[in-house]
Design a protein around this ligand. Structure first.
Ligand code: E4P
Length: 218
């Protein structure tokens, strides 16, 4: 399973890249705003800065919601760097835009997926990734992982090449369960990735090893 970090924060992206397990980055307009990035040229420069840090796909979301404007904006985003994946919302014009970009060989990430039907539409239109938001489903008492499972079955039934990018991941158990189900990618915060490597018995065991070594060598 690929690990993407879901942030526009350059320090966190660098930290995840240095950890050696990072396969890409996802951003969205809220995450860009959180970093105080505004204005077309600043936004493009920030995407370029992210691309210069990571080895892998970097999702950059269009703001436009009508077909022509999405195509223009998506092409401009794709021109920033070959790592850019154009992130398109799951709306009717978005499906048409996914089809356009897939025929042009430009990678896409269909975002704001909350049902298996939406994922199927995006896959039919040739999306590179679909992003089901599992945390936001959990927030409204609906099991987000059930959705990942349904999409996995559908994509496997028909050998769709579209990758399932489990998004809105909030904690380490989400990552483990996505891996068990067979999500192709997960995107989440650095804290959720780092939580995977922690275990109290590891810390206790290491402290004992070091203590015994110190005694034997004193
Ligand atoms: C996905 O690409 C989105 O940026 C993201 O995962 C949304 O996560 P949130 O629900 O924690 O905002």
């Amino acid at each position: 399973m690929k690990f993407f970090i879901d942030t526009a924060n350059l320090d966190q992206i660098k930290e995840a890249q240095d950890l050696g397990v990072l396969d890409g980055v996802t951003t969205n307009p809220s995450l860009m705003a959180k970093e105080g990035i505004s204005g077309t040229e600043n936004v493009k420069a920030h995407y370029k800065a992210i691309c210069d840090i990571v080895d892998g796909d970097v999702s950059a979301e269009v703001i436009a919601t009508d077909y022509d404007a999405m195509i223009k904006e998506g092409e401009e985003l794709a021109a920033i760097d070959e790592k850019i994946v154009v992130k398109i919302p799951m709306i009717k014009d978005g499906v048409k835009a996914l089809k356009y970009f897939s025929t042009k060989g430009i990678k896409t990430n269909c975002t704001l997926i909350f049902s298996a039907g939406q994922a199927l539409m995006a896959a039919k239109a040739g999306a590179t990734y679909v992003s089901p938001f599992i945390g936001r489903l959990d927030d409204i008492s609906t099991d987000g992982l059930d959705l990942i499972e349904s999409i996995r079955v559908i994509f496997d039934n028909y050998d769709f090449g579209t990758e399932i990018l489990a998004a809105s991941v909030r904690h380490p158990m989400h990552i483990i369960q996505c891996a068990q189900i067979g999500a192709d990618v997960m995107t989440g915060p650095l804290s959720a990735m780092e939580a995977l490597l922690k275990h109290p018995l590891t810390d206790i065991g290491l402290a004992k090893f070091l203590e015994d070594h110190a005694k034997a060598n004193s």
